[in-house]
Design a protein around this ligand. Sequence first.
Ligand code: BGP
Length: 479
Amino acid sequence: MIHEKSPSFPADFLWGSASAAYQIEGAWNEDGKGPSVWDLYTKIPGTTYKDTSGDIAVDHYHRYKEDVQLMAEMGLKSYRFSVSWPRIYPHGTGEVNEAGLAFYDSLIDELVAHSIEPVLTLYHWDVPQALQDRYGGWESREIIEDFNQYCITLYKRFGDRVKYWVSLNEQNHNTNHAYMLGMHPPAVKDRKRFYEANHIMFLANAQAITSFRKHVPDGKIGPSFAYTPSYPASSSPEDMLAYENAEEFTSYWWLDVYCRGEYPSIPYRHLKQQGLAPVFEEGDQELLKLGMPDFVGVNYYQTITYEHNPLHGGVSSGKMNNTGKKGSNESTGIPGLYKTANNPHIEKSNWDWNIDPIGLRIGMRRITSRYDLPIFITENGLGEFDKLESGDQVHDEYRIAYLKSHLHQCKQAIADGVELIGYCSWSFTDLLSWLNGYQKRYGFVYVNQDEEGGKDLRRIKKDSYFWYQDVIKTNGENI
Ligand code: BGP
């Protein structure tokens, strides 16, 4: 579709930016916070790039006022952040840590005072270690009620000021790394456990949304899905089938449950035959149907192209580029279903992520056509090496080009009929990348921090900061 008239963003569009507790806060053991699975996992040598951890991160816990000040000066309309579950429940259940609640209270007050809409993520991967030890975290149904209680605590405390909530951040990406690739805690490689843990997370998501309706009736909630739309490597029927498989197994497996309350039938049947389908208990089906969201949170970074992968001798997991050495990514796949392929039409970042703005438009259209729900882009951005130049300047024109081209496609998608309510770039300040250390930077604000530590953590506005400031001021009319 080519539109004759230039489309525009709605007047109340939520221009925002995002972060996650573990990646920015630091203060990992302060003011009564309990350890999360990440606090322990990152201490195991070799699990992250140069063994980085979020012990200090970018020290947002102590510098949040300065950070919000920078947001206000930029004119940000919304800010997405996550609450650290073990900061609220240090032991996973039982006593609430008042100091933890007080921290988020002040952060939210600070945002509201500057007319910045808070968007609160309930779960961004930091399960309390206590629950991992007690019953294996997401592998036990006990977590459904513990997560629900934690959510209710936040609904009651913040529901008066926070109207936009994200339930689970990237359940698909998180579980894929935790139970298939062995790269997120608990670092398992077991497909059966992967599907079981996901099923429990779906139930927890639905339960949390059900409680939300009662406690924050005027609020809006949805999960944030790591949406990586699939393309076929060629128009050969074998590649088309591989692409169909990829879309069903890597996208609709999650999106259908979130938005329809049921698994897509073709992959479900396939997994059942293989003995891998999740176990349904009485009441599961009903609960999943109750968990319908108000919007689909989309975290978009790239598209991935797929091709035929033979059942015998096919590709399974390959090396992942976590170093920024371009070209070091290898093909991965599931024999008999699909494997990833190079897309020669698309530029790549230094971490081999495909830079594909039109893919975002395609993805949003697929979601709209299939579910007809509003979309909130809860993450989109470019991780790159940035250079701090003399006079505290960072000329990140590549980031501006990335964000601008993606926002341009958002505009086109709106004209196509997508109901887009907001856009949060990833990320506001630089922060810790889970597996890639500090050198893979995403922020509008440079933070003087690196893998060795010991830097002064000062905040420096990049060129992209001033660019986004203008985009917000003009409501994206020059995009
Ligand atoms: C998403 C996560 C974010 C963030 C981002 C960038 O998957 O929700 O927390 O980390 O990706 O990824 P990375 O840090 O791996 O470059």
